[in-house]
Design a protein around this ligand. Structure first.
Ligand SMILES: Cc1cc2nc3c(=O)[nH]c(=O)nc-3n(C[C@H](O)[C@H](O)[C@H](O)COP(=O)(O)OP(=O)(O)OC[C@H]3O[C@@H](n4cnc5c(N)ncnc54)[C@H](O)[C@@H]3O)c2cc1C
Length: 414
């Protein structure tokens, strides 16, 4: 596989873009692998990449029932941040952020990481207390954060309504936060993994597990049975379905989460803004579209559609914060099925079946976790032990009671 460079781009341009090779092979399944990763989203692909690059395991398959990145990884609003409350969470998400910072170079693939900063706004005294508490926790846990009063927030965020229905009293800025191109993250990891020998098998659904004496022996798929003594499942909103196939239940509820994109405009917004009180967050993509997100549809669902009230709330919140966007037309809307755990902390580790590992529970925030999630999950699959950064995220916290309740602590509701 050829490496990409400024020179290779120029050469391709001069030869009318002929001669590009596919970025990864379309592999057919072999009879057996040293490890199988189910789910070709960011987490599955990153896991395969790190299995090969960090642990020398190259006889690995990623099995994806549709196309890679077609799940939540290609449907999210691309926000990257590490503004959590508990040390376990901040350490993990900050590590992810630092991997993101070097990812384009590591993968030789431009993931368009833009460190444009992320603002969380406070609109009342309770909100201010939450921001101050978050700032103190982040500083103690070693993450970058700045607390600013309302005037400074209005000075720094271009176009923010000076007189909204909910006044902006303060803001928390994480300068290292930002966005990245979501498809590129999936494609970059896929290309990196493929270059190291991993088989990426698309249009292949896992329909069951081969479990012998409580140990995993392989997976059943729409393209036939494949043997492996190590299987990692990274299927986000479908984790409960796969767990059922393996004979256990997970503390996960699946909901639809929507995103909305406007028509493209000239650059007007150079940061990410979240307003919990109005129920919306927004950034502007490199193409110029406003990218909006809001609340979950609060009923369990596997339908990747979403409902109108979430759209109304997000659009209302946007116009309250930026009235000048009221004439901008929304072009597209879609939803993804997210895997929500009640403490809003992921599950990374072994399942009740020996050799069958789980990577799930990312809820509405797992895009930013892809590099660290893949890194730690690869460690668990290769060594059989949780990575120290993810040791607190194992499934047994639901029996021991050692929950990491980010849902209550950092105001990250899902
Ligand atoms: C609208 C929206 C906005 C979001 N915004 C953000 C954000 O701004 N920042 C952030 O950090 N996170 C965000 N998220 C969350 C984030 O997108 C996810 O947490 C993350 O992408 C999960 O990655 P994944 O690889 O685990 O799952 P996915 O990318 O969903 O990959 C799972 C894959 O498993 C496959 N699969 C399922 N069942 C099977 C089967 N039986 N056999 C084989 N394959 C199977 C699916 O087809 C899918 O491709 C958002 C999510 C949504 C929906």
């Amino acid at each position: 596989m050829r490496r990409y460079s400024a020179w290779s781009l120029l050469k391709a341009g001069l030869s009318e873009q002929r001669g590009w090779e596919p970025a990864w092979r379309d592999a057919s399944p072999k009879k057996s692998y040293d490890a199988i990763v189910v789910g070709g989203g960011g987490h599955g692909l990153a896991t395969a990449y790190y299995l090969a690059s960090q642990h020398g395991m190259t006889n690995v398959a990623v099995i994806e029932r549709g196309w890679i990145g077609g799940g939540n990884t290609g449907r999210n609003t691309t926000v990257i941040r590490s503004n959590y409350f508990f040390p376990e969470s901040t350490r993990f998400y900050d590590f992810s952020l630092s991997l993101y910072e070097g990812l384009s170079r590591e993968l030789n693939y431009n993931i368009m990481f833009s460190r444009r900063g992320m603002w969380s706004l406070a609109h009342d005294r309770h909100g201010i207390e939450m921001l101050r508490r978050s700032a103190n926790a982040m500083l103690r846990n070693g993450a970058d954060v700045e607390y600013h009063e309302g005037d400074e927030v209005r000075r720094r965020i271009p176009g923010l309504n000076p007189n909204p229905r909910f006044p902006v009293l303060a803001g928390l800025l994480q300068p290292r936060g930002g966005t990245a191109r979501h498809d590129a993250v999936a494609w970059g990891y896929a290309r990196g993994a493929d270059m190291l020998g991993v088989d990426i098998i698309q249009n292949c659904e896992v329909t069951g597990f081969d479990i012998r004496g409580g140990r995993i022996a392989g997976v059943k798929t729409s393209l036939g049975d494949i043997a492996s003594e190590r299987v990692g499942v990274a299927v986000a909103g479908h984790s409960s379905t796969l767990a059922k196939l393996a004979g256990f239940r997970l503390p996960i509820t699946s909901y639809a989460l929507q995103a909305f994109v406007s028509e493209p405009m000239k650059p007007v917004l150079d940061t990410v803004v979240l307003s919990p009180a109005t129920g919306v967050y927004v950034s502007q993509s490199d193409k110029g579209e406003l990218v909006l997100g809001g609340a979950l549809d609060l009923f369990p669902s596997y339908a990747q559609r979403g409902s109108l009230p979430a759209l109304e709330q997000a659009a209302g919140g946007l116009i309250d914060m930026f009235p000048q966007f009221s004439r901008v037309r929304l072009l597209r809307q879609w939803a993804g099925i997210v895997d929500v755990v009640h403490d809003s902390t992921p599950i990374l580790g072994e399942s009740p079946v020996d050799g069958l590992h789980l990577n799930c529970g990312w809820g509405t925030g797992g895009f930013k976790a892809i590099p660290a999630g893949g890194f730690c999950f690869a460690h668990a699959l290769a060594t059989g032990q949780p990575h120290p950064l993810a040791a607190a995220f194992t499934l047994d916290r639901f029996s021991s009671g050692a929950l990491i309740d980010e849902a209550a602590a950092s105001g990250i509701a899902h």
